[in-house]
Design a protein around this ligand. Structure first.
Ligand code: ATP
Ligand code: MG
Length: 137
């Protein structure tokens, strides 16, 4: 089975939406096999989003991601990466399909409530960045 890294972002933890978002993952057949609530340091956010370093929004994105607690989690299931991205919806909530997390809860293209890995290589990398193998059960 496939695994993906998910992050419930500060805009969602601030509004106490962790349980509602987790229920959407579980209803889609994804299993939460690791999970922790933490506050990212500036260094962690900058490293995590390093691929976006040259984008105009990089500084603001890192500031937003450290503005409050996040819930970092590993989701497991058949085709977990694609399935999670389906449940999340489009990056910009304005373009997200009805019934997706970002349509329901996203506040803006930046404060869009959730992150999900976009490919097997990045998923493996992102999971290893936050979790030891023994923490994933
Ligand atoms: P994620 O990687 O968080 O799952 P994504 O793959 O849909 O989202 P990316 O293009 O990888 O989107 O962008 C990463 C994150 O950067 C987005 O989730 C969003 O929070 C932020 N972002 C993307 N585009 C913009 C933008 N134009 N302005 C501000 N923030 C943006
Ligand atoms: Mg992405």
């Amino acid at each position: 089975v496939e695994r993906t890294l998910s992050i419930i972002k500060p805009d969602a933890t601030r509004r106490n939406l962790t349980g509602k978002i987790n229920a959407m993952f579980e209803e889609a057949g994804l299993r939460i096999v690791a999970q922790k609530r933490t506050r990212l340091t500036k260094e962690q956010a900058e490293t995590f989003y390093e691929v976006h370093k040259e984008r105009a929004f990089y500084g603001e994105l890192c500031a937003f991601m450290t503005s409050g607690p996040v819930v970092v989690q590993v989701l497991e299931g058949e085709g977990a990466i694609a399935k999670n991205r389906e449940v999340m919806g489009a990056t910009n909530p304005a373009n997200a399909d009805d019934g997706t997390v970002r349509k329901l809860y996203g506040e803006s293209v930046e404060a869009n409530s959730v992150h999900g890995s976009d490919a097997p290589e990045t998923a493996a990398q992102e999971i290893a960045y936050f979790f030891a193998g023994t923490e994933i059960v």
